[in-house]
Write a protein that binds this ligand. Structure first.
Ligand SMILES: Cc1cc2nc3c(=O)[nH]c(=O)nc-3n(C[C@H](O)[C@H](O)[C@H](O)COP(=O)(O)OP(=O)(O)OC[C@H]3O[C@@H](n4cnc5c(N)ncnc54)[C@H](O)[C@@H]3O)c2cc1C
Length: 482
């Protein structure tokens, strides 16, 4: 094992993980404290984690996340801070569809995570059967459903509004965020404000109407050229600010020393270590558990109990002249209820959803589609080879979108193993235990997608809290003040 020479006495913070969480934490520390020497280590050959853009047939397309929530400020503000203001874009007005009995129907408007707040629009959409529609208003007269500290979101909605609302409206949206079944997802994580409202309102419809906010602007934002530009711009801004970013540095553990921490990592089979006055662990839960095992066992134990979900994104490019009518069906794509039993759980017609994709693809006669496969209750689908996944996605899309004999001219499979934490009922208690254990360890902070939400904006918010802790407690001579 070699030890990197410690030539300076500026306080040093090592951030482990260069996904959006780690980069955002490093950025906030760098902005607030010019005296801190920030090092970022990531085990992968590139930075960015689940935010990655790469070219397919010369066309830049996101491989992982593709949009950020614009109704809360954190992610969009970060993009601005690192010089991406002029690249911020919003999806077109194209709307998604939902697959019902193998047919595409417009996804109803006025939903709150699938809960209908406009029953007329719901009825007009034709997405629910007359019986399922008639079942919904029973919510007004049914006795209160017990909630306790937390409850399964799917179970709660099914009890109030009937199982079809969960299958056809809630599940497709929950799948899109968590790749999980709504029956296995905590209501506290999916809809915390609604959970609060439901404590005082026996009717879920009334609670939803009370909580629903009418957005004053676009709900989502993207970046011209792909959301994958965000970590690249962040890393560049960090380097300019004097931080150091190192890839291929797989952290195996952290060790407490008399003056702080020693971060031990492996690069190309060689063990190295870096001393630090403080450490930010910005890793997926299983990796965080391994890194914290020896010195913060209570947090590690809880982190190791957080299950994860694997998914694959299969990107397909079609020639417009091969498609019926020269294009995909109208709309931004479609969502698939579990009862449809289809392998593709969602398809995004990227060329319809993002003007920048269409502007770059159309001159070359190309149309881009992104399909998602795999979720917590469908892991088998990912056992296939890449070619099998492409064939499966193209066949399924071809049937649902009625693409006739059109076949993709290019494809790409991106597998995201263990990418998303499962927000099981009662997860908040687990996060509180982890946070208490980490707070008791001097010079340690933790952030990532397993604590306050999986969305980019939530990750940035959580990263900011981690950075605040470091900036508040680390003195300019590297002491940790309680
Ligand atoms: C397919 C997909 C689509 C998504 N779409 C959206 C979307 O459109 N909008 C949205 O808001 N959210 C989306 N999400 C969720 C969001 O992308 C993630 O929750 C978020 O990017 C997580 O960021 P992170 O930095 O916490 O973790 P990660 O991105 O997982 O980064 C963790 C980093 O840690 C590194 N690492 C792991 N182990 C070690 C180790 N031992 N030592 C050093 N480094 C290590 C990894 O290489 C990685 O770079 C999507 C997720 C997926 C999977």
């Amino acid at each position: 094992m070699t030890t990197a020479p410690d030539t300076m006495r500026r306080p040093r913070v090592v951030v482990i993980g260069a996904g959006i969480s780690g980069l955002a934490a490093a950025w906030q520390i760098t902005r607030r404290r010019h005296d801190i020497d920030v090092h970022i280590l990531d085990g992968a050959p590139q930075i960015g984690g689940l935010l990655r853009v790469s070219e397919l047939e010369g066309l830049a397309l996101d491989e992982g996340a593709e949009s950020m929530l614009a109704t809360r400020p954190e992610a969009v503000r970060l993009a601005r801070e690192v010089g991406l203001s002029s690249a911020i874009v919003h999806p077109t007005a194209a709307r998604p569809a939902v697959v019902i009995d193998g047919e595409l129907k417009p996804f109803p408007v006025g939903l709150m995570m699938g809960i209908p707040t406009d029953l007329r629009a719901m009825a007009a959409s034709g997405v629910l059967s007359p019986e399922a529609l008639a079942r919904i208003p029973l919510d007004y007269v049914l006795p209160r459903t017990p909630i306790g500290d937390d409850v399964s979101f799917g179970d709660y909605v099914a009890q109030r509004l009937g199982p079809d609302v969960v299958d056809r409206l809630v599940a497709p949206l929950i799948m899109g965020v968590y790749a999980d079944d709504p029956h296995d997802v905590s209501m506290m994580s999916a809809m915390p404000a609604l959970l609060d409202a439901a404590r005082s309102d026996a009717s879920l419809l009334s609670a939803a109407r009370r909580v629903k906010k009418v957005p004053t602007g676009p709900v989502f934002a993207g970046l011209d050229g792909g959301i994958g530009r965000l970590p690249i711009a962040l890393a560049e801004a960090l380097l300019s600010a004097g931080a150091r970013v190192r890839t291929d540095a797989l952290v195996r553990g952290i060790r407490r020393t008399s003056s702080g921490w020693q971060v031990e990592f492996v690069d190309s089979g060689r063990w190295e270590s870096l001393s630090a006055d403080a450490v930010v662990v910005a890793l997926p839960a299983p990796a965080a558990a391994r890194v914290l095992r020896a010195y913060v066992p209570l947090a590690a134990d809880q982190l190791s109990r957080i299950e994860t979900v694997s998914v694959a994104v299969v990107t397909l490019l079609y020639r417009d002249c091969d498609l019926p009518g020269g294009d995909l069906p109208e709309g931004s794509g479609y969502l698939v209820p579990p009862s449809e039993g289809r392998p593709v759980k969602a398809a995004t017609f990227s060329s319809h959803k993002w003007a920048w994709v269409d502007e770059r693809a159309r001159p070359g006669g190309l149309v881009a589609v992104r399909t998602s496969l795999g979720h917590a209750r469908d892991v088998e689908v990912l056992q296939r080879t890449d070619q099998e996944l492409v064939d499966l996605a193209a066949t399924d899309l071809g049937f649902v979108a009625r693409l006739g004999r059109a076949a993709p001219v290019a494809s790409r499979v991106t597998r995201w193993g263990g990418a998303l934490p499962r927000y099981a009922v009662g997860y908040r208690g687990r996060v509180e235990t982890i946070d208490a254990a980490v707070r008791a360890a001097p010079g340690l902070a933790i952030c990532g997608s397993a604590y306050e939400g999986v969305g980019i904006a939530s990750c940035v918010a959580r990263a900011t809290v981690a950075a605040d802790r470091i900036c508040e407690h680390l003195t300019s001579n590297g002491q940790w003040t309680p």
